[in-house]
Design a protein around this ligand. Sequence first.
Ligand code: ZN
Ligand code: ZN
Length: 166
Amino acid sequence: MICPVCQKEMVEEDFGGVVVDTCKNGCKGIWFDWIELSKLDESNEGIGRALQDALKNSKVNDETRESINCPKCKIKMQIHKYKAAKEINVDECYVCAGFFLDSGELKEIRDNFMSEEEQSEYLNKLLEGNLLWQKSQKDIEKQELRAEALRKYTRFLRLSYYFTGK
Ligand SMILES: [Zn+2]
Ligand SMILES: [Zn+2]
């Protein structure tokens, strides 16, 4: 897969049973496929190690970077903020429900730990933010798939804290 930010070939990495695409030879961005994320559970061995490596990458994204196209669907990805008032922009594809994190964003997410309440608040915000999209989607299955993907995604962000130790 080609990196949507720097156009380099991405590398598939095993995050302890969950395969993610990382831009190892370029911008160090990480692509999360929601089907992969759905395999994630607390017992995934090795994810901590892979995340530790990813956490070493410094932040490169600035506010001025233009939106990117989904590396899978090639359509424009949507940007939303992580939690309220935090300067982390997560790129999300409304079609395949994949997520792209720029280098360093995983670290900031980890450093801004979400409590369980904050996680559900964040999830609700994301779900509400997609109302417009949902209205345009007659396909109920697709809507449910997306809601499920968002659940996995917010849970992953919260769990990344535990996976990498305190
Ligand atoms: Zn890249
Ligand atoms: Zn997509």
